[in-house]
Design a protein around this ligand. Structure first.
Ligand code: CP
Ligand code: NVA
Length: 304
């Protein structure tokens, strides 16, 4: 049987995604009670990181350990990946030895190429284009705090980047409307917007996106790999900040999320982290639980 991969949210059906998010909550509750679970005993996850990470590395590595398995950190600096061995060759070899492969890299095409040659499930742990694992955690967090997100309005304020793209996919898969406020020149991918046109609205003014929204989300102005653009982006995104004043326009029960790391004083004001609407620490912790559910789904093909 060909391996299932998780390169974008579209690799799963809505039912699978909803079941996965529910399973994440179940795993969180069990874990908090101290229940021992060894569903992935003797299983190994290879983790290839071509970009930095705190949450993703810790959550995948801890998640595998907590389920009785182990995780192996691979960086291009000390593997043949960094010396030009073809991606396909690396995929064949690595996937013959481990049970799943997690990749954080630049070009989305790299994870697609790897997945095509891999006999083990491949997980996209962030590319320049998508960050689907973060969306599992975000959707789980919303559900735990507010119930179903179906029919809700979400406001994305800031860059039309990998996180924004995954929110666009999530809008279709989880059935919410996404208001996107980006400055001109920083829009999300036009093809993706066209494909999900019925689920999104693109506006220029953050207030227009935030009005009556049930969830406000943002991300850094300059993503990994865009460090040289920091100054230009600070100018372009100057008015695209989530702060308590913007929150007052949202629904009174609105939540605030950020995938982190956050730059206080840029995309959020310093007081947003502790704002009553903020659920960012639950959101960060849920990376662990949602991905444990994902690992069980991909490796064991079950969610119970
Ligand atoms: N949100 C997220 O993916 O964080 P890291 O870059 O620390 O993994
Ligand atoms: N958009 C950010 C997300 C970090 C988790 C980046 O790609 O750097």
């Amino acid at each position: 049987m060909a391996a299932r991969h998780f390169l974008t949210l579209n690799d799963m059906s809505t039912t699978e995604l909803e079941d996965l998010v529910d399973h994440g909550t179940r795993l969180r509750n069990e874990w908090r009670l101290g229940t021992v679970r060894d569903s992935l005993k003797n299983r190994v996850l290879a983790m290839i990181f071509e970009k930095s990470s705190t949450r993703t590395r810790v959550s995948f590595e801890a998640g595998m350990a907590q389920l009785g398995g182990s995780a192996m950190f691979l960086s291009p600096r000390d593997t043949q990946l960094g010396r030009g061995e073809p991606i396909e060759d690396s995929a064949i070899v690595i996937s013959r030895m481990v049970d799943a492969v997690m990749i954080r890299t630049f070009a989305h095409e790299t994870v697609e190429t790897f997945a095509r040659a891999s006999q083990a499930p491949v997980i996209n742990a962030l590319t320049d284009d998508f960050h689907p694992c973060q969306l599992l955690a975000d959707m789980q967090t919303f559900r735990e705090h507010r119930g179903s997100i179906r029919g809700a309005t979400v406001a994305w304020i800031g860059d039309g980047n990998n996180m924004c793209h995954s929110y666009i996919n999530a809008a279709s898969q989880f059935g919410f409307h996404l208001n996107i406020a980006t400055p001109e020149g920083y829009d999300p991918d036009p093809e993706l917007m066209k494909k999900h046109g019925d689920r999104i609205s693109l506006v220029r003014n953050p207030a227009d996106a935030a009005r009556n929204a049930n969830l406000l989300v943002t991300d850094v102005w300059a993503s990994m790999g865009q460090e040289d653009e920091q100054k230009a982006r600070e100018k372009a995104f100057h008015d695209y900040q989530i702060n308590p004043a913007l929150m007052t326009l949202a629904d009174k029960d609105a939540l605030f999320m950020h995938c982190l790391p956050a730059h206080r004083g840029e995309e959020i004001s310093a007081d947003m982290i502790e704002h009553p609407a903020s659920v960012i620490w639950d959101e960060a912790e849920n990376r662990l639980h949602a991905q444990k559910a994902l690992l069980e789904f991909l490796i064991l093909n079950r969610l119970d």
